[in-house]
Write a protein that binds this ligand. Structure first.
Ligand code: GAR
Length: 226
């Protein structure tokens, strides 16, 4: 049990690279305020820095190298087999940069979350920070959403907003957004662990038993002390 007395939710985290969101989840779980048990960290890239972070934390890791599979469907089947071996209640995509097949997404309907560095539905895809500045937006941020078959699509659960400064650079903006991601994602996962959120059969997010009509705004929430 954690300090919140919520039973620890078994999760599997998928990564492709650096792993800073992974580290924020590890830190919050270690400090006992995030009620998860990270059963495994899986990467599609053998050289992902995040694999080292997971090993340093004593978490089992696995590599399912997409370049060893003839097509996306075969890769997704192998990945699904490896995930399900760990019997997670939730699959957490943390910088996992692969498009997923519809069958894979359907298998994890309502039990797979992703974090994306934009205020979805604005700016799905790559280079969101540069694109937000170039588009002249005054505001940017990050979103946590349930995963659907559309890239960076699916119902949005929560967002963190970050102001774009007049002389902002993509790197500076990305760093400020990333700080917010590290607060936003553990909180959203904790809501899931506490059964406060679920996705109904119509793709509607229910929050505390009521339909969520717009994403929760991190600025209005009490974040986890980790
Ligand atoms: C994060 O900014 C995450 O939001 C983004 O990749 C980065 C991973 O960083 N994800 C996407 O763009 C998904 N479309 P991390 O490996 O340090 O957590």
């Amino acid at each position: 049990m954690t300090t919140t007395e919520t039973p620890r939710l078994p999760i599997v985290i998928l990564i492709s690279g650096r792993g800073s969101n992974l580290q924020s989840i590890i830190d919050c779980a270690d400090s006992g305020v995030l009620s998860v048990n990270i059963r495994a960290v899986l990467s599609n890239r053998p050289d992902a820095e995040g694999l080292r972070l997971a090993r340093a934390a004593g978490i089992p890791t696995g590599v399912i190298d997409h370049s060893s599979y003839p097509d996306r469907a075969d890769f997704d089947r192998a990945l699904q087999g490896e995930i399900d071996r760990h019997q997670p209640g939730l699959v957490v995509l943390a910088g996992f940069m692969r498009l997923l097949t519809a069958g894979f997404v359907a298998h994890y309907h309502g039990r797979m979350l992703n974090i994306h560095p934009s205020l979805l539905p604005q700016l799905p895809g790559l280079y969101t920070h540069r694109r937000a500045i170039e588009a002249g937006y005054r505001e940017h941020g990050a979103s946590v959403h349930f995963v659907s078959a559309a890239m960076d699509g699916g119902p949005v659960l929560a967002q963190a907003r970050v102001a774009i400064e007049p002389d902002d650079t993509p790197d500076a903006l990305a760093a400020r957004v990333l700080q917010q991601e590290h607060r936003l994602y553990p909180l959203a996962i904790q809501w899931y662990a506490e059964h406060r959120i679920f996705l109904d059969d119509h793709g509607q997010i229910m929050f505390d038993g009521k339909p969520l009509t717009r994403p929760r705004d991190l600025a209005m929430e009490q974040t986890l002390p980790c």
